[in-house]
Design a protein around this ligand. Structure first.
Ligand SMILES: Nc1nc2c(c(=O)[nH]1)N[C@H]1C(S)=C(S)[C@@H](COP(=O)(O)OP(=O)(O)OC[C@H]3O[C@@H](n4cnc5c(=O)[nH]c(N)nc54)[C@H](O)[C@@H]3O)O[C@H]1N2
Ligand SMILES: Nc1nc2c(c(=O)[nH]1)N[C@H]1C(S)=C(S)[C@@H](COP(=O)(O)OP(=O)(O)OC[C@H]3O[C@@H](n4cnc5c(=O)[nH]c(N)nc54)[C@H](O)[C@@H]3O)O[C@H]1N2
Ligand code: SF4
Ligand SMILES: [Mo]
Length: 885
């Protein structure tokens, strides 16, 4: 245990503690930290698969200037010269920073200090604009500060949990495990899920409300009116600690019948309202289905209104709880990462600006909010911003209208990208690429969704010339003449300054207070929940007895009118596209895309379509479809699922040009933003869909990444065990498949091949020193992959005899596929699970666990297992649907 390091998971905002032990050659083992309050030893599949992402393949290991390797000196000079020249010629607002909730607090503090404090521009925004800025705005309107009132334990103490626009089972899996464990211990506890889709989360609920997208304000306005009508109002709390109750209730009462507005069965709506009214310990948890909306801020306040009215806030088991997604979304809020905020939870008042001038000793602190992400990239596109520095985010993929983002990056005179990876869709536009340390290599702190600050600690040495983000920024600051204010030698130095600022002239009027940590032993820092105004003093909950941060100490109700999404479906664009996450990928896949285990669950970009829509648009399960919006088009594989509402389709946000020919979903999504928060509507874009004619399908397994196929070919890529899997299809077969393949993979080696031109079948393998190095199958429907042995290609010492025979003989390869992997920990596929139900009589999760091991690892797959088992029992399956895996 001596080498084991206590650190924090780099993925979601649950912020699980990990025990990481380094092995040789950049290997690590990972276990959940039993002492961390967020997870108490639990892990989800993404955390558990971290060891598979530690390799150096694809890492950016030295600075690059204009496409060529450069020294740190030259690269830093180039950045500083470019920024200085732009500022001299056009003023400080001609430069901008676009940063990320995946930076550590120390990195984030330093870049914000450089931009707002010393360069004097507030043109620094973060990908959190796309993530939780509506929650920030909603909190600020209601509480007078961006404060999360409750904590995770409330999920266990509640009698009613309401999840709104949150696929918790997949996106905050350890919190969902905690919810499931609490429900098992206390079956009377109820779970309501409000999501247009019947997600893995919704499937576990006592009540699922599949509401019309965007209609949450109507639903919660209806709830407020219902509570007022029933007299379920905490008069004392409302009278002493709030303002604006009557106006909010009047606005809510004027609204149309909520069931109509939300397109829901009125009986279900009433049941939800009655449960809410009769359950004092109610917690309402919300995430991107709420935030990523043109009425996101109103949705947040519609929820908070109901909690204020009932006084259910800041008490054990009661309160609104926003779940931000990124590991340090909260840290970013604390350092003022958003263009409209200042460090230490201050906003842009003259007093605060003056306070920062004095604290930092800088006369040039920005005095006005800067451009929010969407406006910022528009300003880059218009030429107003001459130099842009992107850090730890991939906007060419993840920002709305990513076609415009790419245009903007393509025309900007200086684009600097700090990233851990060399080739991303965004680094492709960088004039200067700066190699950053990433998880396991860097040191600092993060804050999770319940205000708990934890250390991320270094486990592995820095690879190549990669450096910490705070170091890189400090070096540029020094070159711009601000060296005295950026003297940091370690993350600890920065953390102490951050703590001091939180307490500087803070008479209790600012929620964010780390005074009690100023002198703390940074290396030994244990998870701690802020505010910490004195050593040893933590805060579980706020606002139970008022004490809001508006000047009068009262919270505000917000009177709301429901608005539909900004863009509506029409005859030309008849379907509404919803987007979000899949269970085992993280964002733009730069890290999770490297893991075979994480790539097995959903290995290709898929669009989920209701069977009725599929019939209407001529689509079948497994078919290729083109999806278009007025902004662009993408291609994905169709998955039929009646968990979708009719008229709505869902596509993941993860795929991008590194992993597919055309599957970047943000190419379709216009930048309609929320008027208060500036958060774009990423969950409601009108599209059309049509079948893509395909004459052949191919599966290519190769030990190294093949070249990019010619433009007529549709392809996507995923990680296999020791190899890369490329799925391909097209309208016209190649004139000479072997030539085509050799062009893609390189001509070396011994090629074996078999072709039946009449039946459209081609198979080939390349042997290098007797080992299979490339295997390629083509057939008209792509339905005969023998993936079980091909899947072990990477480990095979030699081509197995049955493989050679299958390749060279003319017969059809037996389809012995395991089906899509459901349990990533134990690599158990759908076929085996259905088989265990049909043939071995498995009837419970325990049976499946005993027979196959599935569901006994991290537990992320348990909702899917239950669904598969229920489906199998309802309709015994003889043939396995979905032929692609
Ligand atoms: N596996 C995985 N986990 C992740 C991430 C990841 O990339 N992969 N990313 C992390 C990050 S940064 C974030 S922000 C979180 C996001 O976590 P979530 O917000 O839980 O995830 P999403 O899939 O973006 O969207 C949640 C749900 O909102 C629903 N929705 C869409 N429109 C509406 C609507 O109008 N009203 C309501 N009520 N619901 C609607 C969608 O159908 C979807 O199921 O996940 C974090 N965790
Ligand atoms: N359509 C649609 N679009 C969405 C969403 C959606 O639901 N639908 N969700 C939005 C949300 S909530 C989010 S949070 C964003 C996420 O979108 P992004 O932030 O663009 O996604 P990531 O892939 O996490 O990008 C992080 C980058 O940082 C790099 N990196 C990793 N570690 C470090 C480090 O320590 N330092 C530096 N400098 N770089 C590092 C990674 O290699 C990667 O390139 O996407 C948004 N976009
Ligand atoms: S729930 Fe999973 S991804 Fe999120 S912090 Fe915990 S282990 Fe990491
Ligand atoms: Mo996010």
């Amino acid at each position: 245990m001596t080498d084991t390091v206590r650190t924090t998971c780099p993925y979601c905002g649950v912020g699980c503690g990990l025990l990481v032990t380094p092995g040789g050659e950049r290997t690590v083992t990972v276990a959940g930290d039993p002492d961390h309050p967020a997870n108490r030893g639990r892990l989800c599949v993404k955390g558990a698969a971290l060891p598979e992402t530690m390799g150096l393949e694809g890492r950016l290991l030295h600075p690059v200037v204009d496409g060529r390797r450069a020294s740190w000196e030259d690269a830093l000079d180039r950045v500083a010269d470019g920024f200085r020249a732009a500022i001299r010629a056009h003023g400080p607002d001609a430069v901008a920073f676009y940063v990320s909730g995946q930076l550590l607090t120390e990195d984030y503090y330093v870049v914000n200090k450089l931009a707002k404090g010393f360069i004097g521009t507030a043109n620094i925004d973060t990908n959190s604009r796309l993530c939780m800025s509506s929650s920030v705005a909603g909190h600020s309107r209601a509480f007078g500060s961006d404060t999360v009132p409750g904590c995770y334990e409330d999920l266990e103490l509640a009698d009613l949990i309401v999840l709104v626009g949150s696929n918790t089972a997949w996106c905050h899996p350890v919190l969902f495990q905690r919810i499931e464990a609490a429900r098992a211990a206390r079956p009377a506890m109820r779970l309501v899920v409000i999501d247009p889709r019947r997600t893995a989360t919704a499937q576990e609920a006592d009540l699922h409300l599949p509401l019309r997208p965007g209609s949450d304000v109507a639903l919660f306005n209806g709830l407020l009116a219902f509570l007022a009508g029933r007299g379920v109002v905490d008069r004392d709390f409302v009278g002493r600690h709030t303002h604006g109750f009557a106006a909010a209730v009047a606005a809510a009462a004027r609204a149309a019948a909520p069931a109509d507005a939300c397109d829901l069965d009125p009986a279900l709506v009433t049941r939800f309202y009655e449960w809410f009214a009769s359950t004092p310990r109610t917690i309402t948890v919300y995430s991107q289905g709420v935030n990523q909306s043109s009425s996101g801020t109103d949705k947040v306040n519609a929820i908070i209104n109901c909690h204020l009215a009932t006084g259910r806030i800041g008490w054990p088991g009661a309160g609104p709880l926003s779940l931000p997604g990124q590991p340090n979304a909260m840290g970013g809020r604390e350092v003022g990462g958003l263009a409209g905020t200042l460090a230490a939870h201050m906003d842009f008042t003259d007093d605060n600006v003056d306070r920062l001038r004095r604290f930092w000793g800088s006369p040039s602190v920005a005095a006005r909010p800067g451009l929010k992400a969407v406006d910022l990239f528009q300003a880059v596109r218009n030429g107003r911003i001459k130099a842009l520095w992107i850090m730890a985010t991939n906007p060419a993929v993840s920002l709305c209208d990513s076609g415009l983002v790419r245009e903007a990056l393509g025309t900007c005179p200086l684009v600097v990208v700090s990233d851990a990876m060399e080739a991303t869709d965004s680094t492709a536009f960088g004039h200067v690429l700066l190699p950053a340390l990433t998880w396991a290599e860097k040191d600092g702190t993060v804050t999770n969704s319940e205000r708990v600050i934890s250390r991320q600690r270094r486990v592995l040495p820095a690879p190549g010339e990669a450096r910490a983000d705070w170091w890189i920024v400090s070096q540029v600051a020094a070159r711009l003449g601000f060296g005295a204010a950026f003297p940091y030698r370690s993350a600890a130095d920065i953390f102490r300054e951050h703590c001091r600022l939180s307490g500087f002239e803070n008479d209790g009027g600012r929620d964010f207070d780390l005074r009690g940590l100023t002198g703390v032993d940074y290396d030994g820092l244990v998870p701690v929940q802020w505010p910490v105004s004195a050593p040893g003093q933590e805060t579980r909950r706020l606002f139970g007895n008022g004490g809001f941060f508006h000047p009068d100490g009262r919270a505000r109700f917000v009177a709301l009118r429901a608005r539909p999404p900004r863009a509506a479906v029409s005859a030309d664009w008849p379907l509404l596209l919803n987007t979000g996450r899949i269970r085992d990928q993280w964002h733009t896949m730069t890290r999770t895309g490297l893991s075979p285990r994480l790539s097995a669950h959903s290995p290709e970009p898929c669009i989920t379509v209701h069977p009725a829509d599929a019939a209407a648009f001529g689509l079948s399960d497994g078919a290729m479809a083109r999806i278009e919006s007025p902004l662009g088009g993408i291609v994905m594989t169709v998955v039929l699922d009646d968990a979708q509402r009719v008229g709505e389709v869902f596509a993941p946000m993860h795929w991008n040009d590194r992993f597919a020919s055309a599957a970047t979903v943000d190419r379709l999504i216009a930048c309609h933003t929320d008027p208060v928060s500036g958060q774009p509507e990423l969950k409601a874009a009108p599209v059309r869909i049509s079948a893509l004619p395909v004459a052949w399908r191919g599966l290519l397994l190769s030990r190294s990444t093949p070249g990019t196929p010619d433009p007529g070919v549709v392809w996507s890529r995923s990680a296999g065990r020791g190899h890369v899997v490329t799925r391909l299809c097209g309208e016209r077969p190649a004139a000479d498949w072997l030539e085509w393949l050799r062009a893609l993979c390189g001509p070396d080696g011994d090629w074996l091949h078999y072709e039946d031109r009449r039946q459209g079948i081609f198979r080939a393998a390349r042997l290098l020193d007797g080992r299979p190095d490339v295997v390629f199958f083509v057939s008209p429907r792509g339905d005969a992959w023998a993936l079980d042995w091909l899947g072990d290609l990477g480990r095979a010492g030699d081509l197995p005899p049955e493989g050679r025979a299958a390749l060279l003989a003319g017969g059809v390869v037996r389809n012995n596929a395991r089906g899509p992997v459901v349990c990533a920990c134990h690599h158990v596929g759908r076929t085996a699970i259905l088989d265990a139900v049909a043939r071995q009589g498995a009837s419970s999760l325990d049976d499946i666990g005993r027979l196959l091991g599935a569901g006994t690892g991290c537990g992320s797959c348990r909702p899917e297992l239950r669904r598969l088992m229920a489906g199998a029992r309802a309709a015994p399956v003889t043939a396995v649907p979905g032929t692609h895996d």
